[in-house]
Design a protein around this ligand. Structure first.
Ligand code: PLP
Ligand code: FVT
Length: 441
């Protein structure tokens, strides 16, 4: 098909049962969802309600099947319902969903993480990426005795008060990027700089001498769409933080175990002081973690004075799912195949958008990918915001109607899993061709 081929009319696609459930949910849950990213606010309309998933496919309650590019927003790198992961969870469940006391598997997974992630000698498990980021900020402040955190505009670290200023992901699509309820005091020590601009970080250090505890970033941004670091940028941040006695803090909730087994720090060869992990580390169950050297982590309670705790931290089901997922990733090393598959998608999307004569820029690192509807390259949030988000919304719906479930916002990365096949990618590219022609009008 070329750009002159008439757009195929949208296939019949109805979400009647989902609509009824959405209305019902909206009466008892704000917006009908337990996380705003799911509400389709950025693309309009109402979300399909999902029933089950297997491998690379999602199934909704209206009987549609979709190729999944959300992967539960990152965790499902092995695809849904890997038998080994499900079996490990079932086995753990039979012993008890939770003890609130130490279990053997916690040390096993901590050993696995410490062996995999270059910056981590010790690790503390929590239940969400938000909790990991919040705890690690406290750690950075406690260790350095300094208050200020340098944060990148458009990066998202969960809904931590101090980090919710100029955040990406759903925050970027809601029209109130600095949430009511965050006190000026909570955000007063957050210094905002554009991503990919090392000189802005250097200037911030000059402006606040001896006051900066940490420079915090997603080493590859995923929450403003996929935006890689410029060559040399991470290295420069490493130099600047070392020079100024601040900690370099990578939020690898998204990139950890995704770009490589050792995360972005292994992928780019730049080792931070503090690392947050989430998503994949819980294998689809609620687990996240933060880690650093023994020296830094020894400041955490009960060894040190910096307090952090959690009733369900290190939960047996989450540890079983996480440990099994990590061991499968280590054994199977899906990363080269994921990269090839994602490259096939990247090339296909680029060709489809070029043929449709739609201004675009496809950006990818490993199995994280975004098609921006703007001329590229996209280096920071200002660049990303130039995208035609209305076109993205139409494209998203045209894809969904053709059985392809992309993230429901321009400011999110799509993820591939080892369950995706070349046939899935080719189907997706064909759907994207048709969707682009229909969406561009
Ligand atoms: C980079 C990053 N950090 C932190 C978070 C927060 O994690 P959670 O949603 O588990 O709280 C997310 C995703 O939501 C993320 O992408
Ligand atoms: N990239 C954004 C997320 O992963 C958040 C998902 C959510 O809060 O539902």
């Amino acid at each position: 098909m070329d750009a002159t081929t008439p757009a195929r009319s949208k296939p019949e696609y109805r979400l009647d049962r989902s609509h009824a459930e959405f209305v019902r949910a909206g009466k008892v849950i704000p917006g009908g969802v337990n996380s705003p990213a799911r509400a389709f606010g950025a693309v309009g309309g109402e979300p399909p309600f999902l029933d089950r998933a297997e491998g690379a496919y999602l199934y909704d309650i209206d009987g549609h099947q979709y190729i999944d590019y959300i992967g539960s927003w990152g965790p499902m790198i092995l695809g849904h319902c890997r038998p080994e992961v499900n079996a490990a969870v079932a086995e753990a469940l039979a012993k008890s969903p939770s003890f609130g006391a130490p279990t053997v598997r916690e040390a096993e997974i901590a050993e696995e993480v410490a062996a995999a992630v270059p910056s981590i000698e010790m690790v503390r498990f929590v239940s969400s990426g938000t909790e990991a980021a919040m705890s690690a900020v406290r750690l950075a402040r406690g260790v350095t005795g300094r208050d200020k955190i340098i944060k990148m505009i458009g990066h998202y670290h969960g809904h931590v008060d101090a980090l919710l200023v100029s955040a990406g992901s759903a925050v970027a699509t809601l029209g109130h990027p600095n949430s009511p309820g965050v006190t000026p005091g909570a955000a007063a020590d957050t210094i905002l700089v554009p991503f990919n601009d090392a000189s802005a970080v250097a200037s911030a250090f000059e402006r606040y001498p001896g006051q900066v505890a940490a420079v915090l970033l997603e080493p590859v941004a995923g929450n403003m769409g996929c935006v890689p670091p410029r060559p040399g940028y991470l290295e420069r941040l490493r130099e600047l933080t070392t020079k100024h006695g601040a900690l370099l803090f990578f939020d690898e909730v998204m990139t950890g175990f995704r770009l490589s087994y050792g995360g972005a720090q292994e992928y780019f060869g730049v080792t931070p002081d503090v690392t947050c992990l989430g998503k994949i580390i819980g294998g689809g169950l609620p687990a996240a973690a933060y880690g650093a050297s023994k020296e830094i982590m020894s400041r955490i309670s009960p060894v040190g004075p910096i307090f952090q705790a959690g009733t369900l931290s290190g939960n047996p089901l989450a540890m079983a799912a996480g440990l099994t997922t990590l061991r499968l990733l280590k054994r199977e090393n899906p990363y080269p195949a994921l990269d090839r598959l994602a490259e096939r998608l990247e090339d296909g999307l680029r060709r489809a958008a070029t043929d449709a004569r739609v201004p675009h820029c496809v950006q990818r690192v490993g199995s994280m990918i975004t098609i921006f509807f703007a001329e590229g390259p996209i280096h920071d949030f200002d660049d990303a915001k130039r995208s035609d988000t209305a076109l993205f919304g139409r494209f998203f719906w045209e894809l969904l109607a053709r059985g392809v479930y992309f993230p429901c916002s321009q400011f999110e990365a799509a993820f591939l899993s080892s369950a995706h096949t070349e046939a899935d990618i080719d189907h997706t590219v064909q759907a994207a061709r048709e969707a682009l022609l229909a969406a561009r009008g």
